[in-house]
Design a protein around this ligand. Structure first.
Ligand code: UDP
Ligand code: MG
Length: 316
């Protein structure tokens, strides 16, 4: 069986079209039946009612509804934990990733390949700033972490049951699901696709979300910050030392350095650097604190079609 997982947040206009298209593609795939798991990330529009009606009509449609909005990565994690397929495909519910990709992903899932990425070759209808930010994110990941991801980014993927089982062991909250899957290892490959423009609704990824994801990914998979603050500390200390030599040299030559402006600059620069370092330590500290509380990554309000084989409520 193949599980198709859709993180879904306020997608009332997209779901009916998505259902028709994914049903047509799934019918075409020989040798596998399918289940469609919509993880409703606490939508406030008609999404839950539409999903309930689809579930009543077609038992392949299953739903997990969150009690609060937890973000698309938590929704993907919930889908992966609950699914029963031999493989699972994750697709956005906004039709930006064409459902027809399912067939291409399944075709590549052979000869021991356990992860198939749908790598974006092009993104239609996106703002220049969105594309720029995404480019920067994937460059940072490929440059500063040991995890290799497609340079233009991937929003779609297929994972084998072996990967899903390994993923279930990862109990982190402040991380990117995509980075975790890439980090797990296994034989990975990718296909290219063109990310379509949104027909209905708008993107829910705010600048704040993007900055949080970038920090999460860097802190989770790289030691750049914690290493570099020591380097910056050493460099600042060296600069101070050289400056001190300069002042002493001036004293002996009868030309002491005067003026409060140089003092002020020094205080501001040092103060700023120390604040940044404290901020970096704070980022680590609050993540550690938050993980140590062991609150669940998502809270499930109800499930449809998935009740019998997955624990409710506390999933992670
Ligand atoms: N999504 C979600 N929870 C959120 C935001 C988004 O489940 O808090 C879903 C959304 O419905 C869509 C997918 O995640 O199916 C991708 O989100 P979006 O289209 O907003 O992101 P973008 O395509 O701009 O990266
Ligand atoms: Mg989208």
């Amino acid at each position: 069986m193949i599980s198709v997982i859709f993180p879904t947040y306020n997608e009332q206009d997209n779901i009916p079209v998505l259902y028709e298209r994914i049903s047509a593609v799934a019918a075409d795939i020989r040798g596998h039946d399918s289940e469609f798991i919509f993880v409703d990330d606490c939508s406030t529009d008609q999404t839950p009612e539409i999903l309930r009606r689809l579930h009543d009509r077609d038992s392949r449609v299953k739903t997990i509804r969150f009690a609060r909005n937890c973000g698309s990565h938590a929704a993907i994690a919930a889908g992966l934990i609950a699914c029963r397929g031999d493989g699972a495909v994750v697709l956005a519910a906004d039709l930006q990733d064409p459902p027809e990709l399912l067939r291409l992903l399944v075709n590549e899932w052979k000869d021991g390949v356990k992860v198939v990425w749908g790598a974006r070759r092009k993104r239609l209808g996106e703002k220049v700033s969105t594309k720029f930010f995404s480019r920067v994110y994937y460059c940072l990941m490929n440059y500063f972490t040991t995890v290799k991801v497609p340079p233009l980014g991937a929003d779609v993927f297929l994972v084998d049951r072996a990967v899903i089982e390994a993923f279930k062991e990862v109990n982190e909250k402040h991380t990117s699901v995509f980075m975790v899957l890439a980090w797990l290892g296994f034989k990975q490959t990718s296909i290219e696709y063109v990310k379509q423009a949104r027909l209905y609704g708008k993107s829910k990824w705010t600048l704040g979300n993007k900055i949080k994801l970038t920090l999460d990914s860097l802190l989770a998979f790289s030691d750049i910050f914690i290493r570099y603050i020591s380097v910056i500390g050493v460099l600042t200390a060296c600069t101070g030392f050289v400056y001190a030599l300069f002042v002493i040299w001036g004293l002996f030559n009868g030309a002491p350095l005067e003026g409060w402006s140089s003092l002020l600059v020094t205080i501001l620069v040092l103060g700023g650097i120390q604040m940044i370092m404290l901020g970096v330590l704070g980022e680590y500290l609050w993540r550690t604190f938050d993980e140590s509380r062991q609150r669940p990554r998502f809270i499930v309000e109800y499930k449809l079609g998935l009740e019998s084989y997955s624990p409710a409520g506390r999933e992670q």
